[in-house]
Design a binder for this molecule. Structure first.
Ligand code: ADP
Ligand code: MG
Length: 575
């Protein structure tokens, strides 16, 4: 994991180097200061050397200007490094997320993904540049002051620095304690995000059931658990920084006591003692930096762990190396002994054998939950079949590129997903290269042109998040326009008109028939009118495709279709 983290530094190694050089120089200027004080007290003051005083003062002034510049470099370029790394990681993660299949999204809450992309990456970025800076500066200052003080007085230095290991032990102990809490906090926070995403996107359902209170209670559970974790974490942090301060005070105490004693023995002089006191004062800084680093490290690494977890998920449906493009698709679709199950569950589909000729319209009927939608989702390879094969124009869909496969299949569903944006943008989604004329033409074919022109800003009208400002029928017409624009040879209509009232259905049925013309079309529908006219109907059951024929043929058979027709379709037809 650390290796993966470091790999994100690589493209910005010069920036990193600059940051580290500046950090080193900052540590160096801080180390020089007590030395100057020491010369001041030991040499300049006793000798009344005013000329040297002025020189030293001027030198210090320039030193501080230099230090100011270095602070700027670390402050700006250091953060820039973090910003760039965060950008890279977010980009990688988003592009990785685009590659993952339906299976991943079936199992993952949107809020969890969001919290990874937003919070986690932010904290990783903080760690990415402050981490090395902190360690570097603190390490240099601790080692540097130790080394410099050794040249002043070995005995006193060893005594004073004997306190440091205690400090380190203390820090390491609390380190692991805090790490645990931070990990739990991260997880809780991402749960909260997930719940939030659910409640907010379902706000219309919440309100219609007036379940606001229930939602609040549910939210409060997570919020409260997070509060408890935060409380534990700030308590640990309190003990931690208090402890660090305590040890640095002990450091001062030891310095004064032993330093005073050695002064009394005349083993050191006043200037040396002053240098010790000042060094002890500035040692607090790196120690605090380290404390800060510890916290940052916990958070950043907890975030990075989750980042790398997502990045480690290998996309399960990908193009084979030797995959070829499907081109000039005629549209024959064949299922050969196909079986499928969702994960480890019982098989949803088995023994599926079906040959659909190009341009044929085929209706799939069967009881709810039997696997009609699932069967259609297998054609664009949204899920991978467990056994058997699916062929388009005789080519196995697992042997062709996903882009060409999906580019040749259009799906119109019952719930239309529209993006927040304008009407125009949503239709254009069907073919991003389409011209304005083609878009208008598509909306005319989809019977959508008139209602679009009636809207306040025509094609530029903003349709709200997921198209909330449109009626069900309008949304469906936009999705059909989108499909005309895409113009795929294979079409799947999955309950496309099921949620519409009779009047809007009649309008949409017309454009759907137009859309289905000259395409291989799979229709899943509730209403008899839609089914009856299909040139071919298949009945899907748990055991595979049981019946296959025209309406008249299947009615004569008095089998499954006859039963379904009499129960479900008839009543649906009247309704
Ligand atoms: P139909 O469209 O015929 O009503 P579906 O194809 O939607 O049926 O569902 C078939 C079966 O597969 C159902 O039992 C359903 O619960 C299950 N199922 C559907 N989608 C998923 C999924 N993403 N993950 C797990 N099980 C699923
Ligand atoms: Mg379905």
């Amino acid at each position: 994991m650390i290796k993966q983290f470091i790999s994100y530094y690589k493209p910005h190694k010069w920036l990193f180097l600059l940051d580290m050089v500046a950090a080193t120089l900052i540590a160096a200027t801080d180390l020089i200061f007590p030395q100057i004080t020491r010369t001041f007290i030991n040499d300049i003051l006793p000798n009344n050397d005013m000329e040297r005083l002025v020189k030293v003062a001027i030198a210090m002034f320039f030193l501080y200007i230099f230090r100011f510049l270095m602070d700027y470099v670390v402050g700006f370029y250091g953060h820039l490094l973090g910003v760039k790394m965060e950008y890279d990681m977010r980009k990688d993660m988003f592009s990785h997320l685009q590659k993952l299949s339906f299976k991943y999204y079936d199992e993952t809450k949107t809020g969890h993904i969001m919290s990874r992309l937003v919070n986690d990456l932010n904290e990783i970025s903080e760690l990415a540049h402050h981490g090395p800076e902190d360690i570097f500066i603190s390490g240099l200052m601790l080692l540097g002051s130790f080394g410099l003080l050794l040249t002043v007085n070995v005995k006193l230095t060893l005594i004073v620095f004997a306190v440091v290991p205690f400090l380190v032990l203390f820090a390491v102990f609390y380190n692991s304690k805090m790490r645990r809490t931070f990990r739990q906090m991260r997880e809780k926070l991402s749960d909260i995000n997930a719940g939030l995403e659910d409640s907010i996107s379902g706000v219309r359902v919440v309100k219609s059931f007036t379940n606001e209170e229930y939602e609040e209670k549910k939210f409060d559970e997570g919020n409260n658990a997070f509060k408890k974790l935060r409380t534990r974490s700030v308590r640990q942090l309190g003990i931690f920084s208090g402890g660090i301060n305590f040890f640095s005070n002990i450091l001062n105490l030891v310095t004064l006591a032993f330093g005073g004693y050695f002064l009394h023995l005349e083993e050191i002089n006043t200037g040396d003692l002053f240098a010790y006191i000042i060094y002890m004062g500035i040692i607090i800084q790196p120690v605090k930096r380290l404390a800060n680093f510890v916290e940052q490290f916990q958070r950043g690494m907890a975030g990075f762990r989750r980042f790398s977890e997502v990045m480690a998920i290998t996309p399960d449906i990908i193009d084979k190396d030797e995959a070829e493009d499907l081109h000039d698709v005629k549209g024959t679709v064949e299922f050969q002994d196909v079986a499928f199950s969702y994960g480890d569950r019982e098989a949803v589909l088995k023994n599926i054998n079906l040959m659909v000729k190009e341009g044929q319209t085929i209706a799939i009927v069967g009881p709810s939950g039997v696997g009609k939608t699932t069967m259609c989702n297998l054609i664009p390879r949204f899920y991978e079949i467990s056994s058997g094969g699916i062929y388009i124009d005789g080519k196995n869909i697992q042997e062709v590129t996903m882009e060409s496969l999906r580019g040749n299949i259009g799906i119109v569903q019952q719930d239309v997903f529209l993006f927040s944006g304008s009407v125009y943008e949503n239709i254009l989604y069907g073919n991003l290269d389409a011209t304005k004329e083609e878009v208008i033409e598509a909306t005319k074919k989809a019977n959508a042109y008139e209602f679009i022109m009636d809207m306040p800003n025509g094609f530029d009208t903003y349709i709200g998040e997921r198209g909330v400002k449109l009626s069900g029928g309008q949304k469906q017409r936009l999705s059909i326009a989108r499909m005309f624009l895409k113009n795929p040879p294979i079409l799947i209509l999955d309950e496309a008109t099921s949620s519409l009232d009779n009047k809007s259905e009649a309008v949409i049925q017309e454009s759907i028939s137009e859309l289905a013309k000259d395409r291989t079309t799979f229709i899943i529908a509730h209403r008899m009118a839609t089914i009856r006219n299909a040139e071919r109907i298949i009945v899907l059951t748990e055991n595979g495709i049981e019946e296959d024929g025209t309406h008249t043929e299947l009615m004569k058979k008095r089998g499954e279709y006859f039963k379904l027709y009499n129960s479900q379709f008839k009543s649906a037809d009247i309704a």
